[in-house]
Write a protein that binds this ligand. Structure first.
Ligand SMILES: [Fe+2]
Ligand SMILES: [Fe+2]
Length: 147
């Protein structure tokens, strides 16, 4: 079995979330109910992804790297807040059955693309470098407890 790395695990989740968001965008003018369901699955999945990072992976990385007072995880946490605000404003319109969300989608995708790229190209590879296989498995078990 190929080794499960932090990069492969989190990159794959980014991809899964991107696909759900794409379904929402593709369906919203033809089948709003289906589009809304895809959006709700995306939203819950993104919130879980952020919790995995902020509650498990970032604290572990901060401990291992010694970067507790600053550094990339602070930037990532701030970006999560921005992404979260955007997600909520989109959710409010969708809850009100309003499909006129092109502008919000564009802002959210722009934020997410840049954020995910920094994680995929820099942070996750550094985590894989710094965190041992055993610590990684412990972290994955902690993530399973976050629904
Ligand atoms: Fe993130
Ligand atoms: Fe991420």
């Amino acid at each position: 079995m190929p080794e499960r790395t932090i990069s492969s695990m989190f990159d794959k989740d980014h991809e899964r979330l991107d696909a759900l968001f794409k379904s929402f965008q593709t369906l919203k003018r033809t089948d709003f109910l289906k589009a809304k369901n895809a959006f709700l699955e995306f939203k819950a999945g993104l919130q879980r992804h952020v919790a995995w990072e902020e509650e498990v992976m970032f604290p572990l990385w901060e401990k291992k790297s010694g970067m507790t007072g600053g550094g990339p995880t602070i930037v990532m946490r701030n970006e999560h807040r921005e992404i979260g605000d955007c997600l909520e404003s989109l959710a409010r319109k969708i809850q009100a059955q309003n499909p006129e969300t092109d502008r919000e989608e564009e802002i959210l995708l722009d934020l997410l693309d840049r954020h995910n790229m920094s994680e995929e190209e820099v942070l996750y590879p550094e985590m894989d470098h710094l965190i041992s296989a055993e610590e990684r498995e412990t972290a994955f078990r902690a993530m399973e407890k976050i629904a």
